[in-house]
Design a protein around this ligand. Structure first.
Ligand code: PMP
Length: 325
């Protein structure tokens, strides 16, 4: 496929990268799907596209319509690009503790950004609920609702999962992935398990998320917090519900920061915190399984979004974190 149809045509079919140092160190093959190479810069381009196409197909979104979403950033970035191509107005409700780079980028892309104070999900003024209300009040608007709109996981069931299967020739032992909405993990896990039930599905979870305990002990329980953005949650979204998950790994911030900087300085990959969680978890799974296994994970987005945070020694110091070495 030499010529692709614009922005939308260049979403997906990202390369699967073998990470040399991490593979050599573990004796496993550590493979990471380069989702940061999607045209909007993250894995969320896939979900954003499927959500918009699904709303169009169902007649909810018509020419000149509006897409509203509550998002920590990457879905909004994907939606803003797609809305520009399709001629929709795009309104993004975002917790105001998210990185300034993300908000600035969203505005530059033409989205109307509405920062709101972070509130727990059960609060009626949680950013997702504000987005839902806004869409209901605005004529011609749809709420993308990435957390509970199953078009999200369908995107990964139809694209990310089959791409991993094709690129590995169906030879993989484990798929490891952190979740925000759960769309990626749910869609990929279903696709891979259908093809080979022996593929081990492992959830990678930051501190402050309730999913590690949910997988390990069947109880939603959250403790601590994390500097990572876009991942970790305290509820089982509709997208995540029913996902075949075999195990969970918890990764703390120091391990995440260490991995993000290793990825940059040893593998030459400039990626964000969720990629650090994913790779740190992949290494742990490799150690658990022992040498000779093939582990697949994702590099979710680019490091540039976090230049003033994850890659800024001053900011890390304020958080009690340090760049190792
Ligand atoms: N990494 C990053 C950087 C993200 O923005 C997100 C989505 N919020 C994820 C990982 C998790 O993806 P999903 O929503 O499919 O669980």
């Amino acid at each position: 496929m030499a010529i692709r149809e614009g922005f939308i045509g260049s979403i997906g079919n990202t390369p699967l990268l073998r990470l040399g140092r991490l593979s050599d160190e573990t004796g496993c093959e550590i493979l990471a799907k380069a989702e940061f190479l999607n045209p909007g810069g993250s894995v969320k381009d896939r979900a954003a596209l499927h959500i918009v196409l699904d709303a169009e197909r169902r007649g909810l979104l018509r020419p000149g319509g509006t897409v509203v979403e509550g998002t920590a950033g990457n879905t909004g970035i994907g939606l803003a690009h797609i809305c520009a191509v399709r001629g929709y107005r795009c309104i993004i409700v975002i917790p105001d503790n998210q990185s300034p780079e993300k908000m600035e980028l969203l505005r530059t892309l033409g989205a109307e950004v509405r920062p709101v104070p972070p509130r727990p999900y059960k609060d009626p003024d949680n950013y997702q609920k504000i987005a839902g209300r806004l869409a209901a009040e605005l004529p011609g608007a749809v709420w993308a609702n990435q957390f509970d709109n199953l078009a999200n996981r369908q995107a990964h069931y139809e694209t990310t999962g089959p791409e991993i299967w094709a690129d590995t020739g169906g030879r993989l032992d484990a798929f490891v992935c952190a979740t925000g909405t759960g769309g990626t993990l749910a869609g990929v896990a279903r696709c891979l398990k259908e093809r080979d039930p022996k593929v081990r599905i492992v959830l990678a979870d930051p501190m402050g998320s309730a999913l590690y305990d949910w997988v390990k002990h069947g109880e939603l329980h959250a403790e601590g917090s994390s500097i990572t953005e876009g991942i970790g949650t305290t509820r089982v979204t509709d997208n995540l519900a029913g996902t075949p998950i075999d195990d969970a790994v918890r990764i703390d911030d120091p391990a995440c920061v260490a991995m993000v900087h290793r990825l940059l300085h040893e593998e030459g990959l400039f990626v964000g915190g969720s990629s650090g969680i994913n790779l740190a978890a992949a290494v742990q799974v490799a150690r658990d399984l022992g040498p000779g296994h093939r582990i697949v994970t994702l590099l979710c987005d680019r490091g540039g979004l976090y230049a003033q945070r994850l890659f800024n020694p001053e900011w890390l110091k304020e958080k009690g974190l340090a760049i190792p070495g």
